[in-house]
Design a protein around this ligand. Structure first.
Ligand code: ATP
Length: 258
């Protein structure tokens, strides 16, 4: 069967200018290949600068790869085809406050993907926005609020509403839970899991937290200095990691086990 997402030898170099004006090539991501199935959750883990955000951005189309290809349902995802990419793969960022426009109401921000990607009229958009706000545990009235009028958890719900607006197949969440306090984080995790059940969404989570990963992920991909050093089922990696680096990354702090 065709995988939902087939990542083939995806690779990213950046060129840094040194003080001597020589160009230095930095491998942010060495060729990485893996597949993701429908309704599955993949966690990308690794220490700082290991290439996690680079991989997330390449999948979401926020950066172009230096080489390699992505296939969605067997079809190649075209570089620069933003309409195709944003309908099927959406991204949620860590800082919802920064990713929401302070000048626009929540309704105006949720209308944007509909304006660019659908032929809905004003009334249809209003109805779709009311529905998506309810879906993420907010009220239709929140459409007239500005971001600063909402608490952090509510802002993250708006970011999730914006991500699910076009009924995507994959949501890429780059540390989307890291800035939230523990009780709000649990609520957002439950919301994401409920949306996955209802809409069949697949998630790709960039995370530093073994507790969250153990709870939500079906598979884990481990990056070390831009290289994928381990990939497998969550339980297998927690119980039988092949690498010491993986073992250290997946160590759940003792307090979290109590
Ligand atoms: N736009 C860019 N220009 C130049 N180098 C970059 C750029 N983005 C990332 N890099 C480099 O690529 C490497 C991987 O960065 P990346 O942000 O993907 O790591 P990360 O694992 O997400 O780190 P963190 O956990 O700190 O967010 C780093 O060495 C970084 O300096």
């Amino acid at each position: 069967m065709t995988a939902l997402l087939d990542v083939q030898a995806l690779c990213k170099y950046y060129t840094h200018k040194s003080i001597w004006r020589r160009q230095r090539k930095v491998t942010a991501l060495a060729p990485v290949s893996f597949t993701l199935e429908r309704g599955e959750t993949l966690a990308i883990m690794g220490e700082t600068s290991s290439g996690k955000s680079t991989l997330a951005k390449l999948i979401a189309g926020a950066e172009n790869p230096s080489s390699g290809q992505l296939f969605l349902n067997g079809q190649p995802l075209q570089r620069g085809n933003f309409r195709q990419r944003c309908q099927h793969i959406r991204m949620v960022f860590q800082d919802s406050d920064a990713s929401l426009n302070p000048q626009l109401t929540i309704g105006q921000q949720l209308a944007e993907p509909l304006l660019f990607n659908t032929d809905m009229n004003t009334e249809q958009r209003r109805e779709a926005i009311a529905q998506v706000l309810k879906k993420v545990g907010l009220l239709p009235e929140h459409a007239s609020f500005y971001p600063h009028m909402l608490a952090t958890g509510q802002q993250q719900r708006v970011s999730i509403a914006r991500a699910v607006m076009l009924d995507p197949q994959i949501i890429v969440a780059d540390e989307a839970l890291a800035a939230l306090d523990p009780s709000v984080r649990s609520q957002i995790i439950n919301l994401l899991m409920d949306l996955q059940k209802d809409m069949g969404i697949s998630y790709i989570f960039v995370s530093h937290s073994p507790e969250i990963v153990k709870h939500v992920a079906d598979k884990i991909l481990i990056l070390h200095r831009g290289k994928m050093i381990e990939f497998g089922a969550t339980q297998t990696l927690f119980e039988q990691p092949q690498q010491q680096y993986t073992k250290l990354l997946l160590q759940v702090p003792a307090a979290a086990n109590n």
